[in-house]
Design a protein. Structure first.
Length: 328
């Protein structure tokens, strides 16, 4: 099978696994004949096999611009090869990290198990034990785009094919799609954390609360766990641990229906979703629950600080992605 077709199938498979990818998060790429095909900003990986969601960029021109710290590398739209760009979309806001990896195939996922390690204050030391069989690097948190690219350059040495992005996720790279999939599976297997069982929602109470409002119950029992798992709500409610958390859920999780928030976690009862909420909202709420169900009461976590949050929510490339996700 041609590599591009194989990549689309792998992308769709990863995109359909909520423990790897949520909504428009995560992205994949393939470099061939000087062109780097990268997932489009705002597109969902799970659609990769059925829709045209890849954008062609000039790899060499992008690398040269990156070496010069060119601000055009923030959105990367200047490097799109318009003649080949059938989708007419913009490249992912994480295009630069794919360009920096020298391997042909790169997969970046917001793997729940990886995030549960990567938000710890001692992530680098703990992961060093776990990943000693791998050629890997830990990249301290930086906002995606040029800032993350610079953080990667500071630690990337030849041979590295696994990156753990602090407070963010996982990157794996290889010369073929088959190899990258194997590597992804191996890393994820090593990083699997124990998970607390879900506590069922109080359906009667939730239905009562929704009556006469624009809210409905979250569809997945795993999403409800954000409200029914006491520890998950306690630790996840008022801190922001990774970029998509704040971009889609805001700086704190609402706990009362009167808040009018897109997602409301009613403590001990379950999660409600506003009728007009973006399709990304429930997957992002579930992701937070999935991460927090892998966190213990005394785990030392590091949240994003106010400056990091501000850099994310006021970033133009991110605003564009959010506007696209609103419509899908
Ligand atoms: Zn990411």
């Amino acid at each position: 099978m041609p590599e591009f077709s194989a990549l689309k199938i792998l992308s769709a498979r990863a995109g359909a696994d909520p423990l790897l990818v949520q909504a428009a998060g995560g992205n994949t790429s393939l470099k061939q004949n000087g062109v780097m095909w990268i997932k489009a900003s705002g597109a969902w990986l799970r659609d990769a096999a059925t829709r045209d969601i890849f954008v062609p960029v000039d790899h060499e021109v992008l690398l040269t611009a990156l070496a010069g710290n060119d601000p055009a590398c923030e959105a990367c739209t200047d490097f799109v090869l318009a003649d080949l760009n059938a989708s007419g979309l913009r490249p992912s806001i994480e295009t630069t990290l794919h360009a920096l990896m020298p391997q042909r195939v790169v997969v970046h996922v917001h793997c729940v198990n990886t995030i549960a390690w990567a938000i710890r204050g001692d992530a680098e030391q703990r992961l060093a034990e776990k990943l000693k069989a791998f050629n890997w690097a830990f990249i301290p948190y930086a906002r995606p785009g040029l800032l993350l690219a610079n953080a990667i350059v500071a630690r990337l040495i030849p041979g590295i094919d696994v990156l753990i992005l602090g407070n963010h996720g996982l990157v794996v790279a290889a010369e073929s799609v088959a190899e990258v999939e194997k590597l992804l599976n191996r890393v994820v297997e090593v990083l699997v954390k124990p998970v607390r069982a879900t506590v069922p929602p109080d359906l009667a109470a939730l239905h009562r609360l929704c009556k006469g409002t624009d809210y409905a119950l979250a569809r997945n029992i795993e999403t409800h766990a954000l409200a029914t798992d006491v520890l998950a709500l306690e630790r996840g409610k008022d801190a922001v641990f990774y970029p998509d958390h704040v971009v889609f859920l805001g700086i704190s999780v609402a706990t009362e229906i009167e808040s009018g928030a897109a997602l409301v976690a009613i403590p001990g009862k379950g999660v409600l979703i506003r009728g007009d909420a973006k399709p990304a909202i429930e997957p992002m709420g579930r992701c937070l629950a999935d991460v927090m169900r892998r966190i213990e009461a005394d785990d030392p976590l590091t949240a994003l600080d106010d400056e990091a949050i501000d850099r994310l929510v006021n970033w133009d490339a991110e605003k564009y992605r959010r506007s696209l996700t609103a419509g899908t």
